[in-house]
Ligand binder design. Structure first.
Ligand SMILES: Nc1ncnc2c1ncn2[C@@H]1O[C@H](COP(=O)(O)OP(=O)(O)O)[C@@H](O)[C@H]1O
Ligand SMILES: [Mg+2]
Length: 289
């Protein structure tokens, strides 16, 4: 998308959160490219972002919006250093916020909740020419890791290194071509769908792209309660609405949002809906991609 937008050498480029979904290495490259276009082609750039670090690097001037209204506007460095408006100050503080970390949970004591052992995934390659054989794509190669109850584990790497593929296999949405994945001691690799139900109930996912994961014709209440069909005992209507309201509250949305459609939310709010959906069953494992 960025390549298409830049190929025509536009005089004005409007970039709405262009690098939000990218890894840091790619983000730096794309921002360099945009900066070069501004300098060399004397292009105007309207950069829409929530990321003050990016804004500080990129913008000559900035305009801060809150609930559709301008709270402050001016030269970037001065506005961000003087922080005249309280909201600017709030933004600056929040962007430096590092979540408070509880006592680290050291591995080794408890039985693992998740045990990934020597897992690999090879995709058959696409045939480019009739004469040449296809080259298989090795997306994941011999990965082992464990997660214990009450433990958070990060999977880090640049775009295309196999993170999402591994996540899909952990969630039993894709099958490994090598290795075993155990959830609470039971292998989930190669199990039939019916036998996976208990694991599906206790594992939830927040996907990278919340657009793709919501049916646009369903209201939020329906979308957020989707994992509840996996529960053994189905909650009654009133209880369901209460569960949705609680989950929405936990991600900073209100009970009235229950009766809206996904397109009525911003990208960030949709991401929060997807988190609300992931936590509504109080799962034992959340995969956040
Ligand atoms: N269904 C598929 N068919 C063929 N190749 C795939 C498929 N899914 C992913 N890949 C390839 O596997 C590699 C890892 O992809 P992915 O796990 O999505 O990376 P990440 O999430 O780390 O950015 C990429 O090279 C990608 O092109
Ligand atoms: Mg990915």
């Amino acid at each position: 998308v960025i390549a298409i937008a830049c190929a025509l050498k536009p005089k004005l480029l409007i970039a709405d959160e262009p690098t939000t979904a990218l890894d840091v290495v790619l983000q730096a490259q794309i921002l360099d490219l945009l900066r070069d276009l501004v300098r060399e082609n004397r292009m105007g750039l309207l950069l829409i972002s929530h990321d003050l670090a990016v804004v500080t690097e990129m913008a000559d001037r900035l305009t801060i919006l809150r609930r559709g209204e301008v709270t402050e506007a001016g030269e970037t460095a001065r506005t961000l250093s003087e922080q005249q408006h309280p909201y600017t100050r709030e933004l600056a503080l929040a962007s430096m916020h590092v979540p408070a970390r509880p006592k680290p949970h050291l591995a080794g004591s408890a039985k693992p909740l998740l045990d990934v052992e020597g897992v690999g995934r090879v995709y058959p390659g696409r045939r480019i020419s009739l004469l040449r054989p296809t080259e298989p794509i090795r997306a994941v190669d011999d990965v082992s890791l464990t997660i214990e109850p009450a433990q958070s584990v990060a999977l880090v790497g640049r775009s295309g290194c196999g993170k999402s593929t591994l996540a899909r296999m952990i969630l039993a949405l894709d099958k490994p071509t090598e290795g075993t994945i155990r959830f609470r001691g039971e292998a989930i690799t190669g199990k039939p769908e019916q036998a996976l139900r208990p694991a599906r109930r206790d594992m939830q996912v927040v996907f990278q792209d919340p657009y793709g994961s919501f049916d646009p014709r369903q209201k939020v209440e329906k979308l957020v309660t989707e994992p509840l069909h996996l529960l053994e005992k189905q909650p009654a209507k009133a209880e369901r609405r209460e569960m949705v309201a609680n989950a929405l509250h936990e991600v900073g949305l209100g009970p009235r949002d229950m009766d809206k459609y996904p397109h009525e939310f911003s990208g960030g709010q949709r991401q929060r809906l997807s988190i609300a959906r992931a936590i509504i069953t109080r799962p034992k494992l959340v995969v956040a991609d």
